[in-house]
Design a protein around this ligand. Structure first.
Ligand code: BGC
Length: 430
């Protein structure tokens, strides 16, 4: 007998070219009914709760509903950058209660999940859908272990963008472009501050926003190759250029909005749109958020890469996985993962999220100017991986960095920050 559920899943298979295992109805059908309220539902775990993040996630949820007739139970845990979500997820995984699919970052964040055995091998899904031909090699390398794939990427966010207030810059006679040096940027920040204007607004209630600001200042001083050398052990955190960047960071935080530790990343981004400060350093999820809040590109806000980083694309990727064990709804999980790289979903999702589609064959004609430029840069600049987002280094190292940034925010002690990071480098990178 063909039940309603079988019919819907069969339809989804046709529409989405699902992996053979899911469509063929092979052995592993999982234990329960997923997290949705119906038997074809899936529970999806992420940290996407801001206005733009929720709308982007809704594109994926709606697609799952349209294609499978099943419901997505949205298990998002708030807290930008995902620190809260990561903790909640770890508790569930330890308890043998995984969601059907969860968000993580490519690179070391994924590699740790592969090493601890929590995520399933989805190589056949990659092969059946021909994804290796439409995803850039740099990204594929961050999704695979020993030639096997474990996560479906949805986007490429750029982490090294300064969102600027055109009116504030113009009123103060300041121009920032790709040729602006870190020294000039710091001199301008001082000029703005002396004039009673907040040069950089910050919302580091969630520490990633502070970690990311410092990360991009360091990149501006040491370049993309220097950044990579910090994680191969070829460049010490004690390096003079790193030290200058950390000093710049302390100065910028001193000049930032006083309530920075009480604000979230999206609240700080909105301050730029409202002309309350000259700039905010944030990944281009802030672009999605500024548009979501009704601000107009090149009128209410502008953008420039963090001075010194115009040749670098600080890559922050979002990806989804499915559990290796205790899968609540294996068929639904495959349907969910497959829809993420549907070309129309790629366009609709990334338009809301502010990011670049990870598929290189998605037409960008309908994308706004910032996103066209970012997509172009993603294909032509040096891609480096983010530390603030737990990508470029193992979690212990990324956490040591987050803790050192928190300490630095409290005491402003540059030498002690550098000592902590040099110690973390030698103990964790060998
Ligand atoms: C994620 C983005 C998200 C941002 C703020 C980053 O770690 O990659 O998708 O919008 O955190 O929550």
């Amino acid at each position: 007998m063909i039940t309603k559920r079988t019919a819907k899943v069969a339809g989804a298979c046709l529409a989405l070219s699902l992996a053979a295992a899911a469509c063929g109805g092979s052995g592993d059908t999982g234990g329960g009914g997923g997290g949705g309220s119906d038997s074809n539902g899936v529970e999806v775990f992420s940290w996407w709760t801001s206005g733009s993040e929720s709308e982007a996630l809704q594109v994926l949820i709606d697609k799952y509903d349209t294609e499978t007739g099943g419901e997505v139970s949205n298990a998002a845990v708030s807290g930008g950058g995902g620190a809260n979500a990561r903790q909640a997820l770890a508790t569930r995984l330890q308890g043998g209660d995984p969601p059907d699919s969860w968000q993580l970052h490519p690179d070391q964040d994924l590699f740790a999940a592969v090493a601890d055995g929590s995520v399933a091998d989805i190589t056949s899904t990659f092969e059946d859908n021909g994804w290796v031909d439409v995803i850039p090699q740099d990204v594929l390398d961050m999704l695979a272990v020993d030639g096997k794939y474990y996560a479906v990427p949805v986007n490429a966010h750029r982490g090294n963008v300064l969102w600027t207030s055109p009116s504030v810059l113009e009123e103060n006679g300041i121009t920032w472009d790709d040729s602006t040096t870190p020294d000039q940027f710091m001199a301008d920040a001082k000029t703005l501050s002396d004039a009673g204007v907040t040069p950089v607004c910050l919302g580091d209630k969630d520490v990633f926003a502070a970690s990311q600001l410092l990360e991009t200042l360091i990149m501006g001083r040491v370049g993309g190759d220097g950044w990579n050398s910090l994680f191969s052990g070829d460049l010490s955190f004690d390096d003079a250029d790193v030290k200058s960047a950390v000093e710049d960071y302390v100065d910028l935080v001193d000049m930032a909005n006083e309530d920075h530790s009480a604000l979230t990343w999206d609240q700080a981004a909105v301050m730029v749109g409202e002309g309350d400060c000259a700039a905010n350093l944030m990944g281009d999820w802030a672009y999605g958020e500024l548009l979501n809040k009704g601000f107009v590109e090149n009128e209410d806000f502008g953008y420039v890469t963090m001075p010194g980083t115009s040749e670098v694309f600080d890559y922050v990727g979002d990806a989804f996985v499915k559990p290796a064990e205790n899968a609540p709804n294996a068929e639904g999980e495959d349907a969910w993962l497959s829809l993420l790289l549907d070309p129309t979903v790629q366009a609709d999702f990334n338009l809301k999220k502010g990011s670049t589609p990870i598929r290189t064959d998605v037409p960008l004609d309908d994308f706004p100017p910032y996103q066209k430029g970012a997509a172009n840069d993603f294909r032509s600049k040096q891609i480096v991986s983010s530390l603030a987002h737990f990508q470029v280094a193992p979690a212990e190292f990324a956490q040591a960095y987050a803790d050192a940034v928190t300490a630095l925010n409290g005491d402003g002690n540059v030498d002690s920050f550098l000592e902590s990071m040099t110690a973390a480098q030698s103990s964790l990178l060998g």
